[in-house]
Design a binder for this molecule. Structure first.
Ligand code: PLP
Length: 407
């Protein structure tokens, strides 16, 4: 008899999201003429930058000719893209990352989800609460947690991110091995200063721990004093891995391209205490289980770094940031406390009521869909997330409706 991996039965998050879908469908059925505005999703809404489209087209044409056709590519990504990433995203900001430390992939979701399989099953995991649910769920699937009760899994060290700590968690009070951090944060929109990241790097060094730093939203950082990469912090190369994505800066959510930086200095330990390079392990995994991103997509991603590409992604990100600003202003005028919006596409709103009641109120009174905060962790209870990924027109209409309904 074939048995399942019973750790999957412990998973919780999908219940909330299917419940949300049911409530939205029921509302639409009861109000067929009402135009629902979805400010709940993290997907982008604008088309790809023209520089990417042109590069994409011409790479597709190359695939038609025997002389320029490309079959299986290097699993780690083509050199042209890895070199452009190293130069523009890291070396230009004083972070000494080389192209062969970059692994191109089809998503930060897959990479942040898969990375845990390099580490022992008894690794002690620290996770911000609230945060992008993939980190937690993949550790649940792997069997690193006990059962779920009262909003939390046994065995996980939760790093509470609350108004009191400005949504930047404090160091754990017990030793941990693997630390997930996400800045700008999904869902709170919070960012971490150099000093705050330095504390984490020092902690990781002292405790022989590793930081998994998700910088999927780094393009939204406009405050020049904030680090965009953990590798801008001295010593981070020994203790951190960074995840990046073309999804949110260049609109590649459907096109799929991302990358993970695994510095060669980055070490974990075998059972006899010997150092093992995480780079070697990830390279082995990547080559065994991943086929590489398609050539045209990598050419499209490379175009992000052209002069035209940089200008176009800047316009794209600015338009979402302006949406975030409009949302924040309207919410502030209604007297709600909020975080995010600056340096992030998300606005994290404290409702002083149950998240699901807040969700129902916005849906039923304003026809606007948000994401209830507890979908991101127990500390999200009482909050909702609004996303700036929408058209200007929809954001303006949604905020007018919310203001009308609640004031
Ligand atoms: N990391 C965070 C924090 C996210 O919010 C998301 C998507 O919403 C991702 C990663 C996924 O990125 P990708 O589209 O590259 O898989």
């Amino acid at each position: 008899m074939l048995k399942i991996n019973e750790h999957y039965l412990k998973l919780q998050a999908s219940y909330l999201f299917s419940d949300i879908a049911k409530r939205v469908n029921a509302f639409q059925e009861a109000n067929p003429d009402k135009d629902i505005i979805r400010l709940g999703i993290g997907d982008v809404t604008h088309g790809l930058p023209m520089a990417c489209i042109e590069a994409f087209h011409s790479a597709v044409d190359e695939m038609a000719e025997d002389s320029s056709f490309r079959g299986y590519g290097p699993e780690q990504g083509y050199a042209f893209l890895r070199e452009a990433i190293a130069k523009n995203d890291f070396q230009a900001r004083g972070a000494d990352i080389s192209p062969d430390e970059i692994f191109v992939s089809d998503g930060a979701k897959c990479d942040t989800g898969n990375i845990q399989e390099l580490f022992s099953i008894d690794a002690k995991i620290a996770l911000p609460d609230p945060v992008y649910p993939v980190y937690l769920d993949t550790n649940v699937m792997a069997g690193r947690t006990g059962t779920y009760s009262d909003g939390r899994y046994q065995g996980i060290v939760y790093l509470d991110s609350t108004k009191e700590n400005n949504y930047v968690p404090d160091l754990p009070s017990e030793p941990v091995d693997l630390i997930y951090l996400c800045f700008p944060n999904n869902p709170t929109g919070s960012t971490a200063t150099r000093e705050e990241l330095k504390q984490w790097v020092d902690y990781a060094k002292e405790n022989k721990a590793l930081i998994l730093f998700d910088a999927a939203y780094e393009a939204f950082i406009r405050d020049a004093s904030l680090p965009r990469s953990i590798f801008e912090i001295e010593g981070a190369k020994e203790v951190a891995i960074e995840f990046r994505s073309f999804s949110k800066n260049a609109g590649f959510t459907g096109t799929r391209c991302a990358y993970t930086v695994v510095p060669k200095e980055c070490m974990a330990f075998d059972s006899t205490g010997n150092k093992q390079a995480v780079h070697t392990l990830w390279n082995r995994r990547h080559c065994t289980k991943f086929n590489g991103v398609s050539y045209p997509v990598q050419r499209a991603a490379e175009a992000v770094y052209s002069e035209a590409g940089q200008a176009q992604i800047n316009t794209l990100v600015n338009s979402y940031l302006e949406n975030a600003d409009l949302i924040a202003k309207a919410i502030g005028e209604l007297g709600f406390d909020y975080a995010g919006a600056a340096n992030s596409p998300y606005v994290w709103i404290r409702g002083d009521r149950d998240s699901m009641d807040f969700f129902d109120m916005l849906l039923n009174k304003a026809g606007v869909v948000c994401t209830p905060g507890q979908g991101f962790g127990k500390c999200g209870q009482g909050y909702i997330r609004l996303s700036a990924f929408n058209s200007r027109e929809n954001v303006i209409t949604a905020m007018e409706r919310i203001q009308q309904a609640l004031s």
